[in-house]
Design a protein around this ligand. Structure first.
Ligand SMILES: [Zn+2]
Ligand SMILES: [Zn+2]
Length: 175
């Protein structure tokens, strides 16, 4: 069975990493580790947009086929065709990234709420790991593989795969 490795990279708040790791392991039933890896998002900063190129950050990381590596960051991510992304991962790839930047209530002028932020981070992490397992976006509104363009849409979906996505996910990790 493959393992999942979370890599904090300019991630805030750091105190959420252990809870994120534990919940992912419970949900996915796959060993989840936190490891450090050389990662420099500042190399991929676009001064005009004041954002970081998510695709270039991913491409700068080593490809380790035996594990799924998920970068966890607090920098604001984009890819050229979108104004921003909560996260990014290639279908069937081994590297993904999520950002807490626009998942934090503070970004929307609301008070800090670690519980809400953690819930959203868990959903985005499961979602990107789903893409790494070859899953596309799902039409079930409450499936974690539903596409979310806003933080409100992240709140609407659950942290779980629908039965069909779940069986595909298991098939990927058990082969
Ligand atoms: Zn997606
Ligand atoms: Zn689904």
């Amino acid at each position: 069975m493959r393992k999942i490795v979370l890599v904090p990279c300019q991630f805030e708040p750091k105190s959420l990493m252990p809870s994120l790791r534990k919940r992912l392991e419970e949900l996915l039933q796959i060993p989840v580790h936190i490891e450090n890896m050389y990662c420099q998002p500042e190399l991929f900063f676009d001064a005009q947009r004041s954002q970081y190129n998510a695709l270039q950050i991913l491409q700068s990381l080593p490809e380790i086929e035996s594990q799924k590596t998920l970068i966890c960051t607090a920098v604001d991510l984009y890819i050229p065709i979108f104004t921003f992304v909560f996260g990014l991962a290639r279908l069937n790839g081994c590297r993904g990234i999520i950002s807490s930047h626009r998942l934090s209530p503070r970004y929307y002028g609301l008070p800090n709420d670690a519980e809400i932020l953690l819930k959203r981070l868990i959903k985005e992490a499961v979602h990107e790991l789903g893409h790494l397992a070859g899953l596309k976006h799902c039409r079930q509104f409450d499936c974690v593989m539903a596409n979310s363009a806003t933080a409100d849409e992240v709140d609407i979906k659950s942290e779980f795969f629908c039965p069909e996505c779940h069986s595909r996910f298991l098939r990927h990790f058990n082969t």
